[in-house]
Design a protein around this ligand. Structure first.
Ligand SMILES: Cc1cc2nc3c(=O)[nH]c(=O)nc-3n(C[C@H](O)[C@H](O)[C@H](O)COP(=O)(O)O)c2cc1C
Length: 182
């Protein structure tokens, strides 16, 4: 559990998780706490045959942000959709089913689900990473995933075999993150 570390999508290669492994990863997600039992999140897989559509959304989002983006920059944005053998969008649902469960609790619930997935992947010796980016909730990305008005794209999860390891970020000491109430 303490060995988990982010692996950038470009350092994850095939094979991705098998169907059984992916099922375990999503089953781990489903164990996350859920105030009010409202299931305020979901995941959307991006299979290989849909990567180009996502790449096109990234490209168009960049064009909208920067009308002067070069061909190389646009191509770089497009290519990002092809990284990692397994690519998943994490989506939070902001309502309106249970208004007493505020946005931050819904986001925490999704964060718990994501961490469960990362730890399950770690247990299965599968590399994983979380990324976001400026195109996250651009209209093009929202359209390609068919998000509803209540939904917000939060981050991408990527899974695969680790090609190259980077040294792990120094973790905080327990004394730095815990104190006793005075
Ligand atoms: C919601 C979220 C989005 C992130 N997006 C990016 C990103 O777009 N690019 C990136 O390099 N790191 C991103 N990170 C950070 C990495 O996932 C990772 O946490 C960081 O590199 C530190 O590595 P560690 O998880 O091994 O400590 C994001 C983290 C979170 C929680």
């Amino acid at each position: 559990m303490c060995a988990r570390a982010h692996v950038a999508p470009k350092r994850l290669e095939a094979p991705g998780p098998t169907t059984d492994e992916l099922n375990l990863i999503f089953t781990a997600a489903a164990q996350a706490p859920d105030h009010g039992n409202i299931q305020p999140w979901r995941f959307i897989l991006v299979p290989q045959e849909k990567r180009a559509a996502l790449g096109q959304a990234f490209l168009r989002a960049l064009q909208e942000r920067d009308a002067n983006a070069s061909k190389a920059e646009l191509n770089f944005a497009f290519e990002k959709a092809f990284r990692a053998p397994c690519l998943i969008l994490a989506v939070v649902d902001h309502g309106p089913t249970e208004p007493q469960v505020p946005a931050h609790e819904r986001q925490i619930a999704l964060g718990c689900a994501i961490q469960n997935m990362l730890l399950m992947a770690q247990a299965l010796s599968i590399g994983s990473g979380i990324t976001s980016g400026q195109a996250m909730n651009s209209r093009f990305v929202r359209e390609v995933f068919r998000l509803t008005p209540n939904e917000e794209a939060m981050c991408y999860l990527t899974f695969g075999q680790v090609t190259t390891y980077k040294s792990k970020r120094k973790r905080s000491d327990v004394s730095e993150i815990v104190s006793s109430m005075e």
